[in-house]
Design a protein around this ligand. Structure first.
Ligand code: ATP
Length: 354
């Protein structure tokens, strides 16, 4: 297993810059998710890493060795695509063994290896089934086993779960993550689904418009978004505009304590606040208290979203069941407390650009 490094790698398609110059490190044995909305350049970046797309500039290194110009088939990277790209006329075992035989492995050895791989992805009992007779999740496992058959140095997956329904997708995320950890293989997964990235990744690379917006562990990205785009794209957030006044935020007539700020007084900012951060109806938490009226209650099982009309505008507060002893009803007056540390403050122009 080897780590991978990108240095100032970028890609232009004619006059379109698909990926801005990017430096990234994919540490040995870790799973990295390339996460961002449609068109942000994540697939192009993955394809450059795979050798399927020539970069317009920059360097790719594997275990310290430059591989930028090495053709895809000589990189020994395993790939799983959105479509799985299996051979429909071959059965499960043949799909895996065929790729091994093509790679020059003698048939008997390929059969043995194929059987081991099918056990690894829990498809041993399905060896002679045709691809058309498998569920989406089973097909995905065949695609994974086939990619692993090459003993890849790096494992690349492009939206591997997108063909699966929601429940199966969640199961497969856990399964794939456990398999990746067991094999200790350096893995890069392209996804636009932040829950998928948070579930599986050691490191998330958040991208937008061809740029890397933030790189970090899932929790760090969620707790400390570096800009308004990341705060909006990862998890949910309430946003409001404010003007800095010393260590406080002015929103209309209200002044909100904001902790440490890296802005001068008078600066126009936008503020992001996770819905689980404010407290409702308590005097025991430190923070700025605002009066509010309940406008809507969305009860979704384990959590309730309380929609509020507050002094500073509309806000959604997420309460876990049993967290507050009482029910909230539309029209009710309440107090919402905003802890200073929960306020993520960004330059206002970032919000306009996002
Ligand atoms: P999606 O999630 O929709 O697949 P993505 O984040 O993977 O999106 P890319 O497919 O990498 O995005 O595309 C990035 C940008 O480059 C887009 O503006 C896209 O239109 C453009 N692009 C991608 N491939 C080509 C190509 N072969 N020729 C011209 N432009 C391209």
């Amino acid at each position: 297993m080897l780590g991978l490094e990108l240095e100032r790698i970028y890609k232009d398609f004619g006059s379109t810059r698909a990926v801005e110059p990017t430096d990234l490190e994919f540490r040995e044995g870790e799973l990295t998710a390339l996460l961002g909305p449609s068109g942000c350049g994540k697939t192009t970046l993955l394809r450059m890493i795979a050798g399927l797309e020539a970069p317009s500039g920059g360097a790719i290194r594997l275990g310290g060795q430059e591989i930028t110009a090495r053709p895809a088939h000589k990189r020994r990277f395993g790939m799983v695509f959105q479509s799985f790209a299996l051979f429909p006329h071959l059965n499960v075992q043949e799909n895996i063994v065929y790729s091994l035989v093509i790679a020059g492995i003698p048939k008997a050895e390929a059969l043995q290896k194929g059987a081991r791989l099918l056990d690894l992805v829990q498809l041993g009992a399905f060896a002679t089934r045709r691809i058309g007779e498998l569920s989406g999740g089973q097909r995905q496992r065949v695609a994974i086993a086939r990619a692993l058959a090459q003993e890849p140095a790096v494992f690349l997956l492009d939206e591997p779960m997108s063909a699966l329904d929601a429940k199966l997708r969640e199961d497969m995320q856990v399964e794939l993550r456990l398999l990746q950890q067991r094999l200790g293989i350096t893995t890069i997964v392209v996804t636009h689904d932040q829950r998928e990235a948070m579930t599986m990744a050691d490191q998330i690379v958040v991208m937008s418009q061809g740029r890397v917006e933030q790189v970090g562990a899932p929790k760090a990205i969620y707790d400390r978004p570096q800009n308004a785009f990341v705060a909006d794209f990862i998890g949910k957030a309430n946003f409001f505009d404010a003007v800095i006044e010393g260590s406080r935020l002015r929103v209309g007539a209200a002044l909100i304590a904001a902790g440490e700020l890296r802005f001068v007084s008078g600066a126009e900012v936008c503020v992001a606040l996770r819905p689980e951060s404010p407290y409702l109806d308590t005097a025991e938490v430190e923070g700025t208290q605002l009066s509010a009226t309940v406008t809507f209650v969305r009860d979704v099982g384990p959590v309730r979203d309380i929609h509020l009309d507050t002094e500073i505008g509309p806000m959604v507060v997420e309460c876990s069941r049993g967290e507050t002893g009482r029910d909230f009803v539309v029209g009710q007056r309440t107090q919402v407390t905003l802890p200073a540390a929960a306020l993520h403050v960004f330059p206002r122009e970032q919000r306009r650009a996002a």
